[in-house]
Design a binder for this molecule. Structure first.
Ligand SMILES: Cc1cc2nc3c(=O)[nH]c(=O)nc-3n(C[C@H](O)[C@H](O)[C@H](O)COP(=O)(O)OP(=O)(O)OC[C@H]3O[C@@H](n4cnc5c(N)ncnc54)[C@H](O)[C@@H]3O)c2cc1C
Length: 458
């Protein structure tokens, strides 16, 4: 009887899990997660706590049989395979550049010790790199990608939760190595944010609740920050607690606007993963180099005000404070705060992407990088640089009655209705310490456009 190590990364679940099913079909399975200090660099305490909570829930769902170890995955997995007599390591294929490079290195190191490497599936409905145009190349524009992605289709879910089966060889006690356990505990006890309920059962509940209660109005209301209008599934999708295939299968045959829009949003996630797969350099450099000559400012006190949610623009500040308090913020607000950093503060997108990487519990390297590049006008699609989000008019649309702003900014909680969106117009607007605007949006917009024209030579 063989034992396979199932190395879980962005697939922390038991149902609809092709890699788990493949490993279980071959014999005994030992699920393992490796806390890799190199990979976790850049993650803030909220994101680490979300990982710890998810690992705890995953361990419970495996009846406690999730081995967690700390260290370099190549060394940890080789040692563990030797300890339990495992002949192979099974993974869900990683598609982002750093993960691919790490996997190549680990597979090579394992091969030297005689341990096999098996990769199945991916965290996407369609594995990045597979949707191609007639010339055999990847897409750089969303609409044709989505069309081709839908036409290609995706496999059915891989089935219900798989039992890892009896483990042969020596029992591992404790399953979670004491140093790893102490780290997970410290992440949980020092968690500075309010986390959603962790684990697969909670994720499936969140999905069903959204599908049954909010999907019908999703197409019209998804940009409303004041309503709980979107699914909030991104933290689960980021760690693979849910697979998008499960959601797509559940919506099969639905043609209503809510379901169609939701599928499109999942397609954006797949699109950005695909773009990053084809263009790994776009992680650090502009996908479209046309703005390479852009003049940026140095990050200073204005950047600090943006990070702390103290710019004096209520929608920007509410979003940045929600990010610090919950590790999540709505998509429309992400666009507004990103535009503010890029076009009001004249700072490079990498700086904003790094701040998001630290705080977002749904951090996803492809979605984060390419959404930032989209707003910056350096990425996919024709998102023109001169499209500058106005933080005041955006607030009037996304937070009609000011409820979102009041919820996240206590200094504005006393202002009635939409007055919270324009505190400068209200006699009591700044009575409780809410800061004055750090800049004039119209002036900075004009400045951004001037810099843009200089950069592109017009
Ligand atoms: C500057 C910026 C940075 C972002 N960084 C991330 C990130 O690190 N991780 C992340 O998951 N999303 C990121 N997004 C995309 C989007 O904001 C979130 O996916 C969405 O807000 C998550 O909330 P939800 O699950 O309620 O979304 P829903 O509206 O319910 O959408 C369902 C799912 O579709 C996908 N999706 C929706 N919109 C997008 C989008 N624009 N791009 C890619 N996928 C999308 C997500 O997986 C989401 O969970 C970013 C957007 C911007 C503008």
């Amino acid at each position: 009887m063989t034992t396979t190590l199932l190395w879980l990364r962005r697939d922390l679940r038991r149902h609809d899990h092709p890699a788990l099913a493949a490993a279980a079909a071959a014999g005994g399975v030992l699920p393992v997660h490796v806390l890799d200090p190199h990979e976790l660099a850049g993650a803030g305490p909220g994101r680490l706590a979300w990982l710890a909570a998810t690992l705890r829930a995953t361990a419970e769902s495996f009846g406690g049989r999730l081995c967690v170890r700390l260290g370099d995955p190549a060394e940890v997995l080789a040692a563990l395979a030797h300890e339990v007599g495992a002949t192979a390591v099974q993974v869900t294929t990683e598609t982002a550049p750093d993960g691919r490079a790490r996997d190549d290195r680990v597979a090579e190191a394992l091969a030297e010790t005689g341990v096999g490497w098996l990769a199945t599936g991916s965290p996407y409905a369609v594995t990045p790199g597979r949707v191609r145009n007639l010339a055999g190349r990847g897409y750089r524009v969303f609409t044709p990608f989505e069309r081709a992605w839908r036409a290609r289709g995706w496999p059915d879910p891989a089935g219900p939760a798989v039992d890892p089966g009896p483990l042969h060889g020596p029992a591992l006690r404790p399953w979670i190595q004491p140093e790893a356990s102490a780290i997970l505990e410290s992440w949980l006890t020092s968690c500075p944010i309010r986390l959603p309920a962790a684990g697969e059962a909670a994720a499936l509940r969140a999905w069903r609740e959204f599908r049954d209660e909010r999907l019908d109005s999703y197409a019209e209301e998804r940009d409303r920050a004041d309503l709980r209008s979107t699914s909030r599934l991104s933290p689960y999708l980021a760690l693979g607690v849910l697979h998008p295939r499960t959601l797509l299968a559940d919506l099969a045959g639905r043609r209503d606007p809510g379901a169609a829009k939701f599928v499109s949003e999942l397609a954006w996630r797949e699109f950005y993963a695909d773009v990053l797969w084809h263009h790994p350099d776009s992680l650090a450099s502009d996908l479209v180099p046309a703005l390479a000559g852009m003049a940026f400012d140095e990050p200073g006190s204005r950047y600090d005000a943006w990070r702390a949610g103290r710019t004096g623009y209520p929608l920007v500040d509410a979003g940045m404070r929600q990010l610090l308090a919950e590790g999540w913020l709505p998509n429309r607000v992400r666009m507004v705060v990103a535009s503010f950093l890029l076009k009001d503060l004249h700072l490079p997108w990498r700086l904003g992407a790094r701040h998001f990487r630290e705080h977002l519990i749904d951090y996803d390297v492809a979605s984060n990088t390419h959404n930032w590049q989209w707003v910056a006008g350096t990425g996919t699609d024709a998102a023109p640089y001169h499209r500058v989000f106005n933080p005041v008019t955006q607030a009037a649309a996304a937070d009609r009655d000011g409820g979102y702003v009041r919820r996240h900014i206590p200094e504005l909680a006393h202002l009635p209705g939409p007055a919270a969106l324009r505190p400068w117009d209200h006699p009591a607007g700044h009575l409780h310490g809410y800061p004055a605007r750090i800049l004039d949006h119209a002036t900075e917009r004009a400045e951004a456009l001037t810099r843009y024209r200089l950069a592109v030579g017009r």
